[in-house]
Design a protein around this ligand. Structure first.
Ligand code: ADP
Ligand code: MG
Length: 698
């Protein structure tokens, strides 16, 4: 039998393959590029391209593609054949270094937010050698960045790589101050835990809302939901187990370390977590994982829903971004060390994150803002839209001792002195006991939990890397100029705690009282919707920081703000249109039909016996008749609101109208329809109900 290690990474042009098929010289040169970002020699590119092609062709590939991540949030590819005609009438397979390094997809219809006039619409893709090429189907996929001819980033990978570079630059400065001369590179790593729903294809096909919007727009609460918590970590059903097995196999072939899987809280909800890796690769892998989840589901007669909130009243799906920073020497900078010296360094990096999260709450909120995720943040299963950090009791006590120059309980000396005292060992918080915190320290990493399940993790990590790079820059500036390093360090840590402790909250984030305290007492930001937060991307402090670290240009930020708001408006508009359509052509006719049948039943009964009261029929027909009127009038109102929307003056105004006009009308329409569902006989209802869908996979 084939074991996992036999086929793990078999579809990846990884280090093992490179070492075996490239000459020592070419390999060394490529490695230099990969590890240290050195420019690539064109001759080396030719040799690599050729080896890549031979390897891919031997595995049955016929095409290659520059695989990239445009701002649509999904991945894009345009396939080119390897074949080139040969003079004898046959073909040869060719792939040059030039084709490997640069591509020119005709990608004029990807959103650019005004960065690209149509006459220069093509843009180009550039090879990212830090993420391995892989084979998908019969195509060699080359991970690439996507830019306009003017050099502006049109994708998610370019700013992510830039943010990693910014973090590297500033972290190295800080490490040098601690006397480390040997570290060459600092990078951030991520392990994203991915939640998803699995339902049967029959259910999916029968619901226009699922097909067009990825979520249900109607649906009364089922009699049994997640109240019993019996699904969470429960036994996995055979059909789901078969799905997970095949999914793992596909992911392993692609070198993706899918590691754990379990059922989630809601019925039909599951989770998959990979082993963490460099942010850039983790982002590529997460995109591939989402794609594979959907592909494998279709082979099993299932549909994988990645929407953040496919079912109202049932837990939504998120993505937990487990993030840490480490050196090329293997030191995790967010791991408390064994010596006082290491502890001081750890505390400084910890403070850098605290400061970053407080200073750039808005950027973190923006990085997870989509129409879909807005439904989740603020509902009582996901972290709220207010950002706060959980550090745990022990670490909190340590910080408090430093801030107030008072003794720490675990330490004998009178004061907690940096660089002298050893910190207590922290318990790694592997439990879910602090699940309500948007940003939790879990022993040696931070878990950012606000991401929606369909989000690319690129955005969150761009902001996280950049904001922490900025804290480190400020620290390095201060410490480099200090006369006495230890005193300056102590003051820096103490001051950071003083200034930013408002962001630390160890209580229940789902509590309404917390939101009140957070916003009214602590002055934390609370942007409930995408329309609320997105324009703040262009606030001066944010533009200054992101341009200073060369993560974005001003033009890129403007275009991104525009595209994200456009996405928001388009998504909700499609939902509104789908609702109107379903209400008018499916729901109202179904209610009418049922009401008519009930009425004629009453007439038939009366004909038999005129003394029968027919109370149920009368009541039902009356109620249904009122509901039909409400459904139709609410659908009309929604439709009209859509017309008003077209007159919006600019994208910000449009997004505000979506928030204030369209979304509330959608809710009103839904309430009427959902009520009708509860009194209409099931056999009349025009599509599967929540109970049908949520318990469809057996
Ligand atoms: P749990 O959250 O269930 O306790 P873990 O903490 O082990 O499980 O892992 C959750 C995710 O965090 C996994 O994807 C894992 O690879 C990732 N992870 C673990 N350690 C780190 C780290 N130092 N940096 C980034 N991600 C990590
Ligand atoms: Mg976790």
């Amino acid at each position: 039998m084939k074991t996992v290690s036999d086929y793990f990474g078999s579809m990846v042009f990884d280090d093992r393959i490179m070492k075996s098929v490239l000459s020592a010289k070419v390999y060394a040169s490529l490695k230099h590029t990969i590890d240290e970002g050195a420019a690539l020699d064109p001759e080396v590119a030719d040799a690599v391209a050729n080896a890549m092609k031979d390897w891919a062709v031997a595995k049955g590939a016929t095409h290659f593609t520059h695989w990239f991540q445009p701002l649509t949030g999904i991945t894009a590819e345009k396939h080119d054949g390897f074949i080139v005609p040969s003079p004898d009438g046959g073909v040869i397979m060719e792939f040059s270094g030039k084709e490997l390094i640069k591509g020119e997809p005709d990608a004029s219809s990807f959103p650019s937010g005004g960065l690209r006039a149509t006459f220069e619409a093509r843009g180009y893709t550039a090879w990212d050698p830090t993420s391995y090429a892989f084979i998908k189907g019969k195509t060699l996929c080359i991970p690439t960045a996507f830019c306009s001819y003017g050099g502006h980033a049109l994708d998610k990978k370019t700013p992510l790589l830039r943010s990693m570079e910014a973090l590297n630059r500033q972290a190295l400065r800080v490490l040098r101050l601690f006397g480390n001369r040997t570290v060459k590179r600092v990078s951030s790593s991520v392990g994203p835990e991915q939640e998803y729903f699995l339902i049967t294809k029959e259910m999916y096909d029968a619901r226009p809302d699922l097909r067009f919007c990825g979520r249900t727009l109607f649906g009364a609460k089922p009699p049994k939901g997640q109240e019993m918590d019996d699904h969470y970590f429960g036994a996995i059903k055979p059909r789901v187990a078969a799905y997970m097995e095949e999914l793992n196999e596909e992911l392993w072939k692609l070198g993706i370390m899918a590691k754990t899987e379990h059922n989630e809280v809601a019925p039909a909800q599951h989770e998959l977590a990979p082993i963490y890796t460099t942010t850039n690769v983790a982002t590529d892998h997460n995109q591939l994982t989402m794609e594979m989840m959907q592909k494998v589901a279709s082979r099993h007669g299932l549909v994988c829903l990645l929407h953040e909130k496919p079912f109202a009243g049932v837990n939504g799906s998120g993505k937990h971004n487990n993030w840490s920073i480490s050196t090329d020497e293997g030191q995790n900078l967010l791991s408390p060390g064994e010596t006082p010296h290491e502890n001081a360094q750890f505390l400084l990096f910890l403070c850098a994150v605290i400061k970053a999260v407080d200073d750039y709450q808005d950027l973190l909120r923006i990085s997870v803002a989509t129409a879909g995720n807005d439904h989740r943040l603020g509902a009582n299963e996901a972290p709220p839209a207010v950002i706060s950090m959980f550090l745990g009791d022990e670490l909190n006590a340590v910080l408090e001792a430093i801030e107030t120059d008072t003794p720490y309980k675990g330490v004998e000396k009178t004061q907690m002195k940096l660089g002298v005292d050893v910190l207590p060992k922290f318990n790694r918080d592997t439990t879910d006991r602090n699940r309500t915190s948007p940003f939790a320290f879990t022993g040696n990493k931070f878990e950012f939990r606000m991401l929606g399940s369909s989000n690319s993790i690129a955005c969150a990590n761009i902001m996280l890397n950049s904001a922490v790079a900025e804290s480190l820059r400020v620290y390095a500036d201060r410490l480099e100029g200090a006369a006495d390093f230890d005193t300056a360090l102590h003051d820096l840590i103490k001051n950071t705690i003083k200034e930013h402790k408002r962001i630390i909250f160890n209580g229940n984030g789902y509590d309404d009282a917390w939101i009140k305290e957070a916003t009214e007492v602590r002055g934390l930001m609370n942007y409930r919707t995408t329309a609320d937060c997105m324009p703040h991307l262009l606030d001066k402090k944010n533009v200054d920081m992101l341009t200073l670290h060369k993560v974005f240009t001003v033009e890129e930020l403007r275009s991104r703000c525009e595209i994200m708001l456009e996405n928001y408006c388009k998504t909700v508009t499609i939902e509104a249109n789908t609702m109107v359509d379903m209400a008018k052509t499916l729901i109202a006719p179904a209610i009418e039909k049922f009401a008519a049948d009930v009425a004629s039943n009453a007439a038939a009964k009366k004909a038999l016996d005129a003394s029968l009261a027919c109370a149920y029929e009368k009541e039902t027909v009356k109620k249904l008749s009122e509901l039909t009127d409400t459904v139709i009038s609410k659908a009309e109102e929604l439709q009209n609101a859509g017309i008003v929307l077209r007159g919006a003056d600019g994208i910000i105004a449009e997004s505000e109208m979506i928030r204030d006009l369209i979304l509330p009308k959608m809710c009103e329409l839904r309430v009427a329809c959902d009520e009708a569902e509860t009194i209409t006989a099931k056999s009349y209802w025009p599509f599967p109900t929540y109970s049908d869908i949520l318990f469809s996979v057996r």
